[in-house]
Design a protein around this ligand. Sequence first.
Ligand SMILES: Nc1ncnc2c1ncn2[C@@H]1O[C@H](COP(=O)(O)OP(=O)(O)OP(=O)(O)O)[C@@H](O)[C@H]1O
Ligand SMILES: [Mg+2]
Ligand SMILES: [Zn+2]
Length: 333
Amino acid sequence: MTPTPPGKPPMDEPKPHTEICPRCEEGFLITVQTPQDITIEGSLVRIPNVQVDECRACGFRSLSGREVGLFEILFAPQYARISDLILALQTAGYYGMFLREDRSETFIGFGSRDYVANLAEDLRMLYLDNESSHVIQGLGGFQTGSIPINLAGNHYTVKLPKIGEGENGIVYDYQEAPQAVLKLAKPRPYSRNHLKEEYEVTEFFEKQGVPVPRILLSDPYGSFMIKERLAGESLAKTYYSLGGPGSSAYRLVRESVQAFIDRLITLFDKNPEAKTSVSPNNIFVLLKGNDCQCLLVDTGPAPFHDYSGFNFEHYWETVIPQKIKQYAAAGYL
Ligand SMILES: Nc1ncnc2c1ncn2[C@@H]1O[C@H](COP(=O)(O)OP(=O)(O)OP(=O)(O)O)[C@@H](O)[C@H]1O
Ligand SMILES: [Mg+2]
Ligand SMILES: [Zn+2]
């Protein structure tokens, strides 16, 4: 066997902070280049070499808002051939979407939703990707501290570091409400849609008596939401602190999680539209003495999950450690 050269990860290991596919939650996203067509004032313009995220496991594809910011590409000098497009964008009054760029960190934020509503469909998608990308990158520029941000006209002070991250969103505490959290969707339509659906199905879980955080505010485009802060910790964070099968906390949590997931899967059978990922990031565990309560922290649907052959033993022994490893590699934990 050839030894791995120093400084290079082995082939099958992802690069640090590679995103996990939001659709199948299995594959890592790779970046590929492809032409992209957008319609500006009725004419179709093809932009060459646009970077998109792709999952080799399930075929998911999405503009790489985080890496690129399509607008930066549009305005890059090497694309002289699309100068007409630039002109058209400016003439059409699309200046607003670049406002975020030259403002200072104190103005990180999401713009007016009326402005978004008035954008043409395909530009709206690009605008929203770009907007989220700037906010997430803006917050990512700081390790710790309190950063003022604007959510479509309202001021909040985000506390860093983030409290959690998944395939679709990043979650932060903020100063103004210690009992609430701010969740930002990752810059892609799939993830914004995930947040919109999360909002829609939360009530269903509440009615079924499944403990879930209430949603206190949600953006109509799915870019952000404010949710109740849950007590306890995610299974991904708690798992290795439980001790082994000999410990009573381990047995208590394992049994409670099993009962909770059994109940959820029964619910999904009858209500497929509520099917959610039971990843260890989505299940919260609240231990109080001899009592263990499980909560569903993320109700966002996962329509591509198949629970027909679900085996709890395998989930507990194999899937959870794999997921924790994957989350750590992606920088989520
Ligand atoms: N209401 C909350 N209270 C406390 N912590 C939270 C809350 N919501 C999210 N978190 C933290 O953030 C992490 C990621 O949140 P969440 O699962 O909602 O994101 P996601 O990107 O939608 O996940 P996925 O892609 O797995 O569905 C959670 O595992 C948890 O640690
Ligand atoms: Mg989640
Ligand atoms: Zn995938």
